[in-house]
Design a protein around this ligand. Structure first.
Ligand code: FMN
Length: 172
């Protein structure tokens, strides 16, 4: 099984979590790490190239830091221009059918904040509904989300352990 990990971090040089995750994932033979902001610093996405990449893989992972309860902006742009009618959805748009889809998200807020009664009110499952709906409409099976939360107070050991857990989730 070949997995495409699309990393969307607008400031990867300042990143702690996503950079560590990405570097660990790059060691895996069956994983292609694709850095959106590095590939498209001007924001102009090559649709044909992205669609070809998708076709070459069985599983697609969106990896990003949670920004305002969603993804950094370039990943939304990617969805808007790459997942076209007649290709990704619509009667003839079956190119992604049968693939698997997963989210890998880091959040500053701790896990207990993401529930009714917590200061963010809503669960990660509720807040990621647009991604679930995207997978649904494009015929991809939505796998359980990998989330690392409360990342401001991580030890190096916890960060490395999370990278190993992510590799496990992404490749199994
Ligand atoms: C613009 C911006 C928006 C953010 N929004 C959220 C948010 O909605 N929820 C949250 O838990 N953390 C939020 N954070 C914190 C980031 O999720 C956190 O810094 C990131 O996951 C750490 O990953 P990194 O080390 O790879 O940068 C935000 C950070 C920034 C810069």
């Amino acid at each position: 099984m070949k997995t495409l990990v699309i990393v969307a971090h607008s400031n990867i040089n300042q990143s702690n979590v996503n950079q560590a995750w990405m570097n660990r994932l790059k060691e895996e033979d069956q994983v292609t790490v694709h850095e959106l902001y590095k590939e498209y610093p001007e924001g102009r996405i090559n649709v044909e190239k992205e669609q070809t990449l998708l076709l070459e893989h069985d599983r697609v992972v969106f990896q990003f830091p949670f920004y305002w309860y969603s993804s950094p902006a370039l990943l939304k742009e990617w969805q808007d221009v790459v997942l076209t009618y007649g290709w990704a959805y619509g009667a003839q748009g079956t190119k992604l059918h049968g693939k698997e889809f997963m989210l890998a998200i880091s959040t500053g807020g701790p896990a207990e904040a993401y529930q009714a009664g917590g200061y963010n009110h809503y669960s990660m499952s509720e807040l990621t509904k647009p991604f679930q709906a995207m997978a649904n409409l494009t015929g991809m099976r939505f796998l359980p989300t990998f989330a690392l939360q409360g990342v401001r107070i991580l030890t190096d050991e916890q960060l490395q352990a999370s990278a190993e857990a992510l590799v496990d989730a992404v490749t199994n």
